[in-house]
Design a protein around this ligand. Structure first.
Ligand SMILES: [Zn+2]
Length: 700
């Protein structure tokens, strides 16, 4: 250590003392009662990373706490203390660039086809193969560089930046592939604040999943040491980032959640975080998580408008040589004045959850929230007239909500099946639908409902009034208008009608499609959804089941069909729809079911009923051994938010007080309507139909 360092430390010491004694910091409370006070926490979805004292910030000395162990994280940071500039250097490996680069297909997958077929188009190096383009896309792109050959020489270039506030001294470095050291070297020059140096490595490409590491080896004191090494998967999808020099500089003035004063470190952390989330996205059909990885291949620092620098990434052949890009736009005001804005203190000391979501789109995965469905005037619940709605089946996933979520099962499988393919296609996994599909309508006892009438309506579709109905194995479907508009509301008329057989089963017809194959290996074939487009708009079928003059509603969502495919049900998939109907062996249902508020008690409600009238003395099927009370909340369909039992009672009960505060912690998005119902229990707990208490109509 040199003299100037000791001087710096001497100057710093009193202020450090003040910082640790007075400054506010975070509190992390664990479920086991442990409280970590005055710590510094960052959120990585499946876990929290905790520096337990200011002196640890920026070092690998951090506690890893699984999310499930945390009760509450209170962020309370003293802005001035957190952002104080230590008079130290900070060497950071900002990114590892690989050359030559592989072609990406962003901007050159064309979706203009009226039936929503994607096709590679628009780059000079692509081959025009006429109508074969729909089914032989690999012929179109066979001149593009999409892979490295085994043994091909590539160059890895590590970019090192001093993101501290004092000049960095020379240092040693190590290049590694997996655990093997390939090269040791020395940076002999000093690196000034915000200066960059680069360190190339020649490498002969090897097939398989290998990683490259660049490590700085030095004893010199630094603001942070966690940024002294970068490890990238060589099979990872490459991102390019574009940022103006002005914005990069303003990020250098503050300390981000990562503990350093660097745009590069903060956003490189988000790329690493995506890999953490990928590894953690473990599902029945993805038991090892997602094997795809992402890496930051380069940052383009621009002088002018970042949007222009982004456009300039398209090469003369019409292609961009990355698998995704993110560009930090500058406002007109920033460009004009040269004064660049930072996000809020709370923002840059937290996780920017929108980024892993948006960078997910760059990999071809779509928003699942398009499936959330507020309904239409044409389809209403018959009891109170409110509009029938639906919420995407698994909203707590990365591509539904920005937040600390995993990627869902469909996204996980898509990335696992296509990790070595160029990016640019969008959501072609929607074509992964089992070859034969059935619905099975069951009653309250799980027994098939024979001869129920089925009418199916579709989002994003409109029945063609000029089209003739088509029969397919006893089920009728109707041609729809193919005008390229997939953003229609649910069809007023059914697209499919039919009836369940004696077992309660109905086969869904495979409606015709225009055939298309994608480079990712997906193939659109006739299926119940017809011409699914890549935005998912046609991915919902509203099923009306009618038996005993009692219509009930369900939503078939493309998500379940994709999951079935990925779980291996490629030939046949059956969706079970549970109705409130009774069985042939059911006891007689209760009568006079009512639900009434209790005066001066908003938290409870009284449900009353009468025993069924005895019509067959001593008939054992009719013997009632008890009653079950049910509740249902909201306007969503019966498979979204099903009836749930609130009580099971003996045969003499005729009322039950429901505690309205007790309910599943579910998402009741569109409506809070409460419904109540009662069933009789016969011998063997065979249930009667659910008899619903009347509810007032909704105001229109
Ligand atoms: Zn999105």
């Amino acid at each position: 250590m040199n003299r100037s360092f000791w001087l710096a430390l001497a100057v710093l010491a009193p202020s450090v003392f003040v910082v640790t004694s007075l400054a506010q910091a975070d509190t992390l409370e664990l479920k086991d009662g442990t409280v970590l006070k005055d710590c510094f926490v960052r959120d990585e979805a499946i876990r929290y990373l905790v520096w337990e004292k200011m002196g640890d910030v920026g070092t690998p000395n951090m506690k890893v706490v699984p999310r499930s162990q945390v009760k509450e994280w209170k962020k309370a940071r003293d802005e001035a203390a957190w952002n104080a500039h230590p008079n130290l250097p900070d060497l950071s490996v900002t990114f590892i660039e690989i050359n030559p680069k592989l072609a990406g297909l962003h901007g050159v997958i064309n979706y203009e086809d009226v039936t929503g077929r994607p096709v590679p188009k628009g780059a000079k190096t692509m081959i025009d193969i006429g109508d074969r383009c729909w089914t032989e896309p690999e012929e179109i792109v066979k001149n593009l560089k999409l892979k490295y050959r085994p043994g091909e020489e590539i160059t890895l270039t590590a970019h090192v930046m001093n993101v501290g506030f004092a000049t960095a001294e020379p240092f040693d470095y190590v290049w590694m592939i997996d655990d093997a050291v390939l090269k040791r070297g020395k940076c002999t020059q000093s690196i000034k604040e915000m200066e960059e140096a680069t360190f190339p490595l020649k490498y002969n490409w090897k097939e398989g999943m290998h990683s490259a590491t660049f490590r700085i080896v030095t004893d010199q004191p630094e603001i942070a040491t966690i940024n002294n090494q970068a490890t990238d998967a060589l099979w990872a999808f490459s991102y390019s980032f574009v940022v103006s020099k002005g914005k990069d500089q303003v990020w250098h003035t503050v300390r981000s959640a990562v503990g350093t004063f660097s745009f590069e470190d903060y956003y490189r952390w988000h790329v690493d975080l995506m890999n953490t989330i990928f590894a953690g996205s473990i599902w029945p059909s993805a038991p090892q998580g997602i094997k795809a990885r992402v890496r930051l291949d380069r940052i383009i620092y621009c002088d002018g408008d970042p949007a222009d620098a982004q456009s300039a990434l398209v090469q003369p052949d019409g292609l961009r040589y990355d698998q995704g890009n993110w560009t930090w736009g500058d406002s007109a005001e920033e460009i004009k004045t040269g004064k660049y804005q930072l996000p809020s203190f709370d923002w840059y000391t937290g996780t920017e959850w929108s980024l892993p979501h948006e960078l997910g789109h760059q990999l071809g995965i779509a928003d699942w929230y398009w499936i959330d469905y507020g309904g239409t005037e044409d389809h209403r619940w018959p009891d109170n007239g409110e509009i029938i709605t639906h919420f995407e089946l698994h909203p707590n996933q990365m591509m539904h909500w920005h937040g600390p979520n995993l990627h869902g099962e469909v996204d996980a499988n898509y990335l696992n099946e296509t990790w070595d393919k160029p990016r640019g296609y969008f959501a072609d996994y929607y074509f992964a639908i089992p070859r034969e599909n059935f619905i099975k309508v069951v009653d309250v006892n799980g027994i098939g409902v024979p001869y129920a009438r089925i009418a199916i309506f579709q989002r994003g579709a409109e029945v063609d009034p000029a089209g003739a109905p088509i029969q397919d194995q006893g089920v009728t479907y109707f041609p729809i208008i193919e005008d390229g508009n997939f953003e229609k509301l649910a069809s007023r008329e059914p697209v499919i009608i039919g009836m369940t057989d004696s077992d309660g089963v109905m086969r869904l017809p495979n409606r015709p499609v225009t055939e298309v194959k994608t480079l990712n290996g997906y193939h659109r074939l006739p299926n119940p959804f017809g011409n699914m487009n890549v935005m998912g708009n046609r991915g919902e079928l509203l099923v009306e089941v009618t038996r005993y003059n009692r219509p009930t509603y369900f939503m078939l969502e493309i998500y379940d069909y994709n999951v079935a495919w990925f779980r291996g049900q490629k030939d046949k998939f059956t969706m079970v729809l549970k109705t409130p109907y009774g069985s042939t062996s059911s006891p007689l249902a209760p009568t006079g079911v009512l639900a009434a508020p209790i005066e001066n008690d908003r938290d409870h409600l009284r449900v009353t009923w009468s025993a069924p009238k005895v019509v067959r003395e001593q008939q054992y099927l009719d013997r009632v051994i008890g009653y079950r009370v049910y509740r249902r909340i909201g306007s969503m369909t019966l498979n979204d938010r099903p009836w749930f039992a609130v009580a099971t009672l003996g045969p003499n009960a005729t009322e039950f007080i429901v505690d309205l505060k007790q309910m599943p912690e579910d998402i009741y998005w569109y409506s809070g309507t409460n419904r109540f119902a009662v069933s009789s229990l016969g011998e063997l707990s065979m249930e009667s139909e659910l008899v619903e208490a009347p509810i007032p109509p909704v105001k229109r």
